[in-house]
Write a protein that binds this ligand. Structure first.
Ligand code: OSB
Ligand code: MG
Length: 368
């Protein structure tokens, strides 16, 4: 296929509730929708994930736009691409900026699947017809509020509950949760807020039968996590530290992680996400699909990815209504008894809802 035209739609949406982590609170979600056209006028859709501030990785909304407009699009326009896997090679001269790359590459995967009359799930090698999902709950104003929110998500059917922890909001919170809900599958995500000096505290988490603890130590570390894992029974799951299949290999070889959270945005695209999935499967390391508070297009990509066989653990892909009054795709993503059906329609399997998209669009750039 020849890449003939690319549209960037700059979007700004407000989430129903602020999402609070160890870094602060966010409620505004600003992002880009990428629409990539081939020579026959077919198009595919991708969504960018970076936030307005560089607290999760170094990328931001503005760096994403700079990279896509000034570096990635010039590399792609009028190129003939035989498979989406070619895109990572075309982008290889640009270092890092994984979220910018993933947004464009995702649109090309959708386009490729549509041209082949297959679902994105099929194109990726997915086999599962419905995926099991969990939910990630931000830091709440009080423990009572947290218990109430958790109860609601259990009632809604979510298969596992992830709570954010940070120094000062950790052991007591987890203790109360476990006391109130003895049998619920819980995990805790620290988003890099501890160091090895906190090892005594982190070891106390072993008392609460957590499925795993996600990214307790520095966002670029795999060495200290290996030291910590030796002293913890609770499995460590790496998120921020894993940017590529090479990172996954090194972390697994060192014993730094027993589970990996795969986010397409963080690793630079679906091709790399699939490589990490395949490598982990070979090593018997289970994976699950993380989230970036995506709108419908990004969420649809997550569902397709999660249909691969080694996504054994429930991910963070909650339903549209958890985040949005109205999502940008039709139909919206619905969770039933903790499952989402993997669409069988071509490409991402959800139609971009142009009326809603236009309502939340700040600006549109066309490249041809
Ligand atoms: O660490 O997994 C994370 C949200 C924003 C940035 C980082 C993370 C998260 C989440 C929420 O945990 C996932 C979601 O609901 O999309
Ligand atoms: Mg995380």
């Amino acid at each position: 296929m020849i890449i003939k035209k690319i549209i960037i739609r700059h979007m700004k949406m407000t989430m129903k509730n602020p999402f609070v982590t160890s870094f602060g609170s966010m409620q505004e979600k600003e992002f880009f929708l990428l629409e990539v056209f081939d020579e026959e006028g077919n198009s595919g859709w991708g969504e960018s994930a970076a936030f307005q501030a560089p607290w999760y990785t170094e990328e931001t909304v503005q760096t994403t736009l700079h990279m896509i407009r000034d570096f990635l699009i010039p590399l792609l326009l009028n190129k003939n691409i035989s498979h989406p896997d070619d895109v990572s090679e075309i982008f290889a001269p640009i270092r890092k900026n994984n979220m910018a790359k993933a947004s464009v590459e995702g649109a090309i995967w959708d386009l490729y699947a549509k041209r082949n009359n297959q679902s994105l799930s099929k194109a990726l090698g997915g086999i599962v017809e419905k995926i099991e999902v969990g939910i990630s709950i931000g830091i709440q104003s009080s423990t009572d509020k947290l218990l109430e929110v958790v109860q609601q998500y259990i009632t809604d059917g979510y298969k596992r509950i992830k709570v954010k922890i940070k120094p000062g909001y950790d052991i007591e919170v987890i203790r109360k949760l476990r006391e109130e809900f003895p049998n619920v599958p819980f995990m805790a995500d620290a988003n890099s807020s501890y160091t090895l000096e906190d090892i005594g505290l982190l070891k106390q988490l072993d008392n609460y039968n957590l499925m795993m603890i996600e990214q307790p130590l520095a966002s670029d570390d795999i060495v200290d996590h290996a030291t910590l894992q030796k002293q913890l029974n609770t499995p460590i799951c790496l998120d921020e530290s894993i940017l590529s299949v090479e990172d996954a290999r090194k972390a697994i070889e060192l014993g730094s992680t027993k589970v990996i959270n795969i986010k397409t945005a963080r690793v630079g695209g679906l091709t790399e996400a699939k490589k990490i999935h395949d490598y982990c499967m070979e090593k018997d390391v289970p994976v699950w699909c993380g989230g970036m508070l995506e709108a419908g297009v990004g969420r649809a990509h997550n569902i397709a990815l999660t249909s691969l066989p080694n996504f054994i653990l429930p991910g963070d892909t909650a339903g549209s209504s958890h985040y949005w009054e109205e999502d940008i795709i039709s139909p919206e993503i619905i969770v039933t008894d903790g499952f989402i059906d993997v669409p069988k329609a071509n490409g991402i399997g959800f139609e971009p809802n142009m009326k809603v998209i236009e309502r939340f669009m700040l600006d549109m750039l066309v490249f041809e």
